[in-house]
Ligand binder design. Structure first.
Ligand code: ATP
Ligand code: MG
Length: 425
């Protein structure tokens, strides 16, 4: 009973801890931050650091659910600490190497500690007692956890945070054949995650950077707000980071021959690396092979930025009135907007809302008093819930609701029953 009352309240707009804004911090240049702040999804605390208000929390949570549902087939979930001792990072030489991006400081006892920008060192240590022999391999584990990076250019809203959530997956293998098989499975799962979030991601070859001599793969989404430049063929999906690209801009696609290579700005929503023994060797993460010899474990790491994904969705899916959420991550499925009228209207509204709840429809009920119809519609467009259902004196007289998709112009009058049938399809 108490759980039901909770649901009942949190889905009423008057109880949602939400106020949309006509203005927004002048220092926000990124569209994602502007719209998300105006819509009451997030609030900026300082450059690259945001709070997630109830609306934003729900979207972030939905994105994490999509990620989890794809990752759980690949490994178990765990969580590691954000606060790390210097000693662990010294083993791989990255305490010094990452000092420009890693928050490093002394605690009260004078001990040096840092906030984790990534977790290869920590997971390699944790894996030591878990992995003893070849029979223990392959293994993988992931977390969805807060990362800290002292980013120099934290001006892209959610695209580049200094405190942000990453899904990071780590895999452990006895040989590179095992790694290759698993790596391809992750690639597929990543593409599922992005397409389920309504995005077309291009798998791009990039250098392994600090981690490995091998190529890594970046998952790029075309967007003007992107900080990367990619050469890509929209026809077949061929993509290469401009910095390493052998393809020519405007030339025929080297893969499919039919498409044209375009130069586009892209956002990196995910990144996967074959690490080899870069971390296992210094940490002495070894396993006993079939002949009884000791060998370093072959590792790989795979990241997705949760909030960056959220910001990317907004960059790609909005119009001049606000956000247009894909159903998979929308904070609610239906926005029930009550336009105040006589007592019958209020009663009809309440009944409709209760009916939606009973049928398990994820609904936000705009029950606010003393707010004009114009303001309610303005807010509904800004917030961007996929379906809007309006109850007013006019619709009430027909015993109907007026429904419209966020990305459509025309609304239609339908019976609540009809709408529910549509929702269940
Ligand atoms: P970038 O090149 O954009 O700085 P990166 O290559 O350093 O990112 P990784 O270390 O590979 O990023 O992190 C894995 C994923 O985490 C990235 O693909 C991205 O989605 C996300 N990510 C990285 N840095 C940030 C950040 N500052 N804010 C939000 N998400 C981030
Ligand atoms: Mg990268």
């Amino acid at each position: 009973m108490s759980a039901r009352i909770q649901v009942y309240f949190c889905m009423r707009q008057s109880q949602l801890f939400l106020k949309t804004r006509k203005d927004f911090p002048k220092d926000e240049v990124a569209i994602n931050a502007q719209l998300l702040i105006r819509g009451g999804f997030i609030e900026k605390l300082m450059s690259g650091v945001y709070s997630f208000l109830p609306l934003g929390f729900r979207v972030r949570d939905n994105i994490m659910s999509v990620i989890r549902s794809e990752m759980n087939a690949l490994g178990a979930e765990m969580i590691m600490p954000a606060l790390h001792p210097r000693a662990v990072w010294e083993v791989t030489g990255r305490w010094k190497k990452m000092e420009s991006i890693m928050y490093q400081f002394k605690d009260h006892s004078g001990k040096e500690v840092g906030l984790g920008p990534t977790h290869e060192e920590i997971i390699a240590l944790i894996a030591k007692p878990v992995i003893e022999s070849y029979a223990d391999l392959p293994l993988a584990v992931y977390q969805i956890q807060t990362k800290f990076r002292d980013e120099a250019r934290a001006k892209s809203g959610l695209l580049r945070g200094r405190e942000f959530t990453m899904k990071d997956l780590y895999s452990f293998h006895a040989d590179s054949a095992s790694l290759d098989i698993y790596y391809n499975e992750v690639k597929k799962a990543y593409l599922n995650v992005f397409s389920r979030c309504g995005l077309r991601a291009f798998v791009t070859e990039a250098s392994g950077g600090d981690f490995s001599k091998e190529y890594s793969h970046e998952f790029m989404v075309a967007a003007d707000a992107g900080e990367d430049v990619t050469y890509l063929c929209r026809l077949c999906g061929f993509a290469q980071n401009k910095e390493i690209a052998k393809a020519k801009k405007g030339g025929a696609c080297p893969t499919c021959k039919d498409g044209v290579v375009e130069e586009v700005k892209t956002i990196e929503v995910g990144n996967i690396f074959k690490l080899g023994t870069r971390f296992s060797e210094p940490v002495k993460l070894l396993f006993r092979d079939e002949k009884g010899g000791m060998k370093p474990v072959i590792m790989a790491s795979y990241g997705i930025g949760v909030e960056r994904l959220m910001g990317t969705i907004v960059e790609g899916s909005h119009d001049d009135r606000g956000i247009v959420w894909p159903e998979s991550v929308a904070p609610f499925r239906v926005h029930l907007v009550c336009i105040e009228g006589d007592a019958d209207v209020s009663e009809f509204c309440k009944k409709t809302y209760e009916r939606f709840l009973k049928e398990g429809i994820d609904v936000l009920y705009d029950d606010r008093k003393e707010v004009s119809a114009g303001e309610k519609f303005f807010d509904a467009d800004l917030i961007g819930i996929p379906w809007r259902a309006v109850v007013s004196q006019k619709t009430c007289a027909h015993g109907k609701i007026e429904v419209k998709r966020r990305n459509e112009k025309e609304a239609t009058l339908v019976k609540v029953d009809e709408f529910l049938k549509m929702m269940k399809k």
